[in-house]
Design a protein around this ligand. Structure first.
Ligand code: ATP
Length: 271
């Protein structure tokens, strides 16, 4: 893997990129997954690369749903396995009974097996979906393949980095969908019952903490969640982030550095 300096201002983001690139070389992540990550990075930039208060609320609601679910399942693709296998193992430890299912847009038997291996090596147990045994009705081809013990019978599906068609098909089957997606405009985020607009690993780690803290289990009780409000709050947070990044409004006159010796010098930025 490329050597990266922890002093680089974008160290965390570069590490994630290097990990995804390595996973692509190993046939775990597909090129389309790298592009999807790039799109998400832009949204995280606008958020200031932090979990917003509204995302935290969504995470708390999601934790309660996962605890109260009868048959909760998390759907895993190549990007999720590459970035968050150990986070998923931790989530499964605090929520016994949580099924982890490999569910791929670009499926080959070899790739599904490699992803399952990454998960198992990180401590996830009973990985489903390597040899699918069921289908989601109304979805074409490979995207419909699921496991009869997992997604097919789940009442609550956690879908990090999912595509819109599948999210809608899961809902058409009567399932409650919790999405993790940095793009508040994606069809997945807009269709989900609980959209968590946050970066995958931050969201999963916070979700694990919230599941640990959740009160006693109330089987099949699902408190309502204001999904539209969560999307609006995420968009507003991003708009504020963009404004902050843009600095002072254009209409404000610039102070000349010569006429004002007290003006602080702009720091030089690493390209
Ligand atoms: P949709 O079909 O829902 O409109 P899409 O076509 O925009 O989605 P896909 O490629 O199907 O996108 O799904 C990937 C989604 O996952 C994107 O919305 C992207 O923003 C999001 N995503 C990718 N990486 C991350 C990440 N690390 N954390 C959070 N979200 C991510």
């Amino acid at each position: 893997m490329t050597r990266l300096s922890p002093r680089h201002p974008r160290y965390a983001s570069l590490r994630i990129r290097a990990r995804l690139a390595e996973s692509a070389r190993k046939g775990i992540v597909v090129p389309e997954g790298l592009i999807a990550h790039g799109r998400a990075e832009a949204f995280d930039y606008f958020l200031g690369e932090r979990t917003t208060p509204s995302a935290r609320e969504a995470i708390r609601a999601a934790a309660t749903w996962l605890v109260n679910a009868e048959r909760p399942v998390v759907s895993v693709n190549g990007n999720v396995a590459s970035l968050a296998a150990s986070s998923l193992a931790a989530l499964q430890r605090v929520r016994p009974g949580l099924q982890v299912e490999v569910n791929l847009f670009h499926r080959t038997p070899g790739r599904a097996a490699r992803i399952a291996r990454v998960l198992t090596d990180a401590g996830v147990h009973d990985v489903l979906g390597v040899r699918p045994t069921g289908r989601i009705p109304g979805l074409p081809s490979d995207r419909a393949h699921v496991d009869r013990r997992g997604i097919l019978v789940a009442d609550v599906c956690l879908v990090p980095l999912e595509d819109g068609d599948r999210t809608e098909a899961l809902q058409a089957m009567g399932k409650r969908v919790i999405a993790i997606d940095l793009n508040p405009l994606s069809r997945t985020a807009r269709a989900a019952d609980i959209p968590i607009i946050d970066e995958l690993t931050r969201a999963l780690d916070a979700l694990t903490r919230e599941v640990r803290r959740a009160g006693p289990r109330r089987p099949s009780e699902f408190d309502p969640f204001d999904a539209r409000g969560a999307l609006r709050a995420a968009q507003a947070a991003m708009a504020r982030g963009l404004q902050r990044a843009g600095g002072r409004p254009r209409s404000e006159p610039r102070a000349s550095p010569r006429s004002s010796p007290a003006t602080p010098r702009r720091s030089r930025r690493t390209p």
